[in-house]
Design a protein around this ligand. Structure first.
Ligand SMILES: *[C@@H]1O[C@H](CO)[C@@H](O)[C@H](O)[C@H]1NC(C)=O
Ligand SMILES: *[C@@H]1O[C@H](CO)[C@@H](O)[C@H](O)[C@H]1NC(C)=O
Ligand SMILES: *[C@@H]1O[C@H](CO)[C@@H](O)[C@H](O)[C@H]1NC(C)=O
Ligand SMILES: *[C@@H]1O[C@H](CO)[C@@H](O)[C@H](O)[C@H]1NC(C)=O
Ligand SMILES: [Zn+2]
Ligand SMILES: [Zn+2]
Length: 290
């Protein structure tokens, strides 16, 4: 009896240790893993996936041919900008750290927009960013409502999480939020293609996206394993953390290069990140000063 119990306990411990390991290592899809070491001048099967990924987030320029598997100059320069943005070693090659980053779940909003004169000025001095042309709300009292095309959680569960996320921004700005119908902001869960030219991709990778002011649409990918409690499991995505980030977009913030900022594009499953960083606060205040 006793040895059996000890063996069970040992097995349980091993399972826990394994679980801890899995947590720290983002899942890299098998096909992507084969691209490790890829560099300019060669052709690699499946490389177009990386081009399309970099294109979706604003790195791979329209001049490149994103549907071929050849490693061209455009891809090399796109990889360098991506590596620089995410503070990876800037090699212009597909190394393991770059693949690891690419395999981590993230927000669907692009990181870099066309360089217009105002954007360049800001990106030189700060980690935070704005959308092209710095679109803003022209009022500070905003209304919101829930409208989903896929069921994930009830509005009763959705409401307190949303309120808490909105309050984080209200606390550091002049914004106030109130539920109403019709509303300025419409948030909800959607699956795959959902009518806005930015289809979701099933479990993993893109978790959510939102549009710049004064659009107000905020969409969560219904296929993620969303967590709505404080007791998050290792493979789950904390809804409130993502909500705070997406509301940042709704208000006009782009992505931040600061990993501590809420507006950083990547999210680790199994973690909770519900506090605005210094950079987020600086960003919203810079956008709405005067
Ligand atoms: C695309 O190519 C044109 C002509 O070669 C060049 O003028 C332009 O700067 C390029 N654009 C980008 C975004 O690389
Ligand atoms: C870049 O700017 C051009 C012209 O203003 C626009 O047509 C294009 O959609 C923009 N691209 C992105 C990624 O914003
Ligand atoms: C940008 O973020 C980095 C890393 O968090 C930080 O060390 C740096 O001071 C930030 N830069 C500015 C201008 O806030
Ligand atoms: C979500 O994660 C929980 C906890 O790990 C797990 O029990 C559940 O099966 C997952 N649900 C889906 C749809 O993957
Ligand atoms: Zn985002
Ligand atoms: Zn959408």
């Amino acid at each position: 009896m006793a040895p059996k119990l000890a063996i069970s306990a040992l097995l349980l411990l091993l399972v826990i240790i394994q679980a801890l390991f899995v947590k720290s290592e983002p899942q890299i899809s098998k096909s992507l893993q084969l691209l490790e070491g890829a560099r300019k001048g060669y052709t690699f099967e499946g490389l177009n996936q990386v081009k399309q990924y970099l294109k979706a987030f604003g790195y791979y320029s329209i001049n490149g041919s994103s549907h071929t598997d050849s490693f061209d100059d455009v891809l090399e320069s796109a990889l360098k900008s991506y590596q620089q943005y995410y503070r990876l070693k800037v090699t212009g090659r597909i190394n393991s750290n770059t693949l690891k980053k690419i395999s981590t779940p993230r927000c669907g909003v692009q990181d870099v927009f066309n360089d217009s004169d105002d954007d360049v000025k800001f990106s030189m001095i700060a980690n935070y960013s704005f959308f092209n042309g710095m679109p803003r709300w022209n009022k500070r009292q905003l209304t919101y409502m829930f409208r989903s095309s896929a069921f994930v959680i009830s509005d009763q569960k959705f409401r307190p999480i949303t309120t808490s996320a909105l309050n984080k921004w209200a606390a550091v700005s002049n914004f106030a939020f109130r539920e109403a119908n019709p509303s300025d902001i419409v948030m909800g869960f959607h699956r795959r293609s959902h009518g806005d030219n930015f289809p979701f991709d099933g479990p993993g990778n893109v978790l959510a996206h939102a549009f710049a002011p004064r659009d107000g649409r905020l969409h969560y990918d219904a296929d993620e394993n969303w967590s709505t409690s404080n007791a998050i499991r290792q493979n789950q995505i904390d809804l409130e953390s993502v909500a705070i980030h997406e509301i940042g977009h709704i208000l006009g913030l782009g992505h931040s290069e600061d990993p501590n900022a809420i507006m950083y594009a990547y999210f680790s499953p199994g973690t909770i990140k519900r506090n605005l960083g210094r950079d987020d606060i600086d960003g919203i205040r810079a956008l709405y000063s005067n």
